[in-house]
Design a protein around this ligand. Structure first.
Ligand code: E4P
Length: 215
């Protein structure tokens, strides 16, 4: 399973990628707005830190506008995956981008058939949002499992990025389902490494080491 970071904070990206575990980054306008910096400037910096797919989102509503934005993003860096919303116009844009060799990430997917259509349109990635579905009392991970089955049934090459991840349980469930990629906030990334019994074990091994006679 590939791990992407879901953040536009370059310090977080530097720290996580120094551990050698980050395969890509996803951003959205909300995450970039928190940095107080220009979108393109942030994306260029991220591309210098991580050598993997970096998602940057379009904001147009119509296919023509999205395609124009996608072409612009594609000029910024070869690793950019253009994030396109899951709408009919978005799917039209994905089709054109796919024909032009521009990588795409269809975002805001909340039901499996949306993801299946994105795959059929030629999306490189599709992003089902689990946390936002859980928030309204639905099971986000069930939706991802169904989407994975549909994509595999037809052999689409589209990779599923499990997004809107809120905790390590979402990460475990994604791995059990066999999702291609998870995209996680930095704070979830940190929780994946930790367990209180690991810390306790290290402490007791250190203490016992001190009791060993030194040669
Ligand atoms: C993914 O590409 C999105 O940026 C992100 O996962 C959205 O998550 P949220 O529901 O926490 O905003």
């Amino acid at each position: 399973m590939k791990i992407f970071l879901d953040t536009a904070d370059v310090d977080e990206i530097r720290r996580a990628s120094a551990m050698g575990l980050v395969d890509g980054v996803t951003t959205n306008p909300t995450l970039v707005s928190r940095t107080g910096r220009a979108y393109k400037e942030v994306i260029k910096e991220i591309c210098d830190i991580v050598d993997g797919p970096i998602s940057a989102e379009v904001i147009s509503d119509d296919a023509e506008g999205m395609i124009a934005e996608a072409r612009d993003w594609a000029k910024v860096h070869k690793n950019i995956a253009v994030k396109v919303p899951m709408t009919l116009e978005g799917l039209k844009a994905v089709k054109t981008c796919s024909a032009e060799g521009i990588s795409t990430n269809v975002t805001l997917v909340f039901q499996p058939l949306q993801g299946l259509l994105a795959a059929k349109a030629g999306a490189t990635f599709v992003s089902p949002f689990v946390g936002r579905l859980d928030d309204i009392g639905r099971d986000g991970m069930d939706m991802v499992a169904d989407l994975m089955t549909m994509i595999r049934n037809y052999g689409y090459k589209t990779e599923v990025i499990v997004a809107s991840i809120r905790n390590s349980i979402h990460v475990s469930q994604s791995a059990l389902i066999g999702a291609d990629i998870i995209t996680i906030p930095f704070k979830v990334f940190n929780t994946l490494v930790k367990h209180p019994l690991t810390d306790k074990g290290i402490e007791s091994f250190k203490a016992d080491y001190e009791k060993i006679p030194k040669a």
